[in-house]
Design a protein around this ligand. Structure first.
Ligand code: FAD
Length: 432
């Protein structure tokens, strides 16, 4: 007969595993299905997880999570081909509990979190591809079809946590728009370097680490660059607008190669041996591009629901996946307990998200993708600010110093920046 579960969760990424933990702890029979040979096997991201969201799920998670380094130094760089203006921040506070950001490999992190779901009682089925949702004649989702010999599974509720451009959400008709139009492409290389070399170059010790984001590093294609330290490797990559990348006819690996040649980046990555190259889509549309979150017997969470806060250089996805998965698990458990997993019975999911950071942060930052990907922020401001600072520090003897006001107006004019726009964008940037 067909195996039957209270909940079937598709995808053992952070969203799926968080949902599975909640449902299993609520005493439900849970199947967590993953196409990879183990959770995280193929999962791609930049490299930094913001773990505080785990406080509720796994108290003191930092004592056991497979972390590479704790981010205690964060740099934002504005680049032009030959210049770099950097804001460099470090704090001891992020190097001790409860921490802030951490670098970790997804193959380690996802496997660890899925292991927590198994510990709670969920049944993890790997190398299992879900090929379709199964519906009854009334259109209610009653389970999934898989590529296993004993193929079908029955479910009281299905949670689609299958990632960006979710095939399940599409099949259920929950996407109003083409998700690809709202996606960026992220590409990444992992570069092996000895641990001592990393510590010297980046000025960190022990398990302290660095997170660097760059604007102006993508050959005029809207997006951003990143560079993170692992214990004995670096993660370097770019995130770019998919449509503009196509128009520019540049290969993404050329963008990384160019970034690695930048005079401020080259000394940091020199000698690093490429041990991995990967590419993946990122849902970047933000608040306004989120799909319908519930179907008849179905919830969607994480990247599948576009709950990734991404705006070129800004990448928070794993924390939102965990948060939305956790609330999906709770809403599903409540609906199962009440005996109603219809669209209406599952409506508590949206309410839980709305009263949490998941939707609150997305709402607050709904303007960020547009601003960060605009030509002003991408091209004009980095060039203008680099020139301004170069002018301020340039000693012009025997000419007298030009004065700040003159330098400001000159650099603004040279790069077509209207100071009114700059002030307005600065205010809306600070607001978000
Ligand atoms: P995923 O992690 O995509 O997991 C989906 C899972 O479902 C996968 O394990 C997949 O194998 C499985 N699956 C899919 N379809 C099926 C199917 N039909 N049957 C069975 N299993 C299936 N976020 C951060 O927090 N920090 C960062 O530094 C960061 N950098 C990024 C850099 C890049 C280049 C990219 C691409 C993304 C980055 N993100 C980052 C975003 C982050 O990776 C995602 O937001 C996050 O992984 C979403 O988690 P998820 O569980 O929703 O989906």
């Amino acid at each position: 007969g067909v195996a039957s579960f209270d909940a079937v969760i598709v995808g053992a990424g952070p969203a799926g595993s968080a949902a599975a933990i909640e449902l299993a702890r609520a005493g439900r029979r849970v199947a967590l299905l993953e196409r990879g040979s183990f959770p995280g096997a193929k999962n791609v991201y930049g490299g930094v997880v913001y773990g505080r969201v785990l406080d509720e799920l796994i108290p003191n998670w930092w004592t056991e999570a497979p972390i590479q380094r704790w981010v205690t130094r964060r740099q934002t760089m504005l680049l032009t081909p030959g210049q770099a203006l950097t804001v460099d921040f470090r704090t001891e506070n992020w190097g001790k509990p409860p921490y802030n950001g951490a670098t970790t490999h997804r193959a380690d992190f996802d496997a660890w979190l899925a292991g927590k779901a198994e510990e709670a009682g969920a049944k993890l089925l790997t190398s299992t591809l879900v090929t379709a949702l199964r519906t009854d004649p009334g259109g209610r989702i009653v389970g999934v079809r898989t590529d296993r010999p004993d193929g079908d599974l029955d479910a009281g509720v299905v949670i689609a946590a299958d990632g960006v451009n979710s095939f399940l959400a599409k099949q259920a008709g929950l996407y109003a728009e083409d998700q690809l139009a709202n996606s960026t492409l992220g590409v990444k290389e992992t570069l092996a370097l000895p641990r001592e070399t990393i510590e010297e170059r980046f000025g960190v010790r022990g398990t302290d680490g660095v997170d660097i984001e760059m604007i102006g590093a993508t050959k005029g294609i809207p997006g951003g660059g990143f560079l993170y330290t692992n214990l004995d490797s670096l993660s370097i990559g770019v995130v770019v607008d998919l449509t503009e990348l196509g128009k520019a006819k540049v290969r993404p690996e050329e963008l990384i190669a160019e970034l690695k040649r930048h005079p401020s980046i080259a000394p940091l990555v020199r000698g690093g041996e490429i041990v991995e190259y990967a590419a993946h889509l990122i849902p970047e549309g933000g608040y306004h591009s989120m799909p319908t979150l519930t179907g008849n017997g179905l919830l969607i969470a994480g990247d599948a629901a576009a709950m990734c806060l991404a705006a070129g250089i800004w990448l928070e996805g794993v924390n939102f996946a965990i948060g939305s998965g956790m609330y999906a698990g709770r809403a599903a458990a409540a609906a199962l307990a009440a005996g109603d997993t219809s669209t209406r019975g599952l409506a508590g999911y949206r309410e839980r998200l709305a009263s949490s950071f998941v939707l609150a942060d997305h709402h607050k930052l709904r303007g960020a993708p547009g601003l960060l990907m605009s030509e002003r922020v991408q091209r004009k401001y980095p060039a203008m600010l680099c020139d301004l600072v170069e002018g301020v520090f340039q000693v012009t003897n025997p000419q007298p110093k030009p004065g700040f006001r003159k330098l400001l107006l000159r650099s603004a004019k040279r790069h077509g920046v209207r100071l009114r726009d700059l002030a307005r964008d600065a205010i809306s940037g600070i607001r978000s």
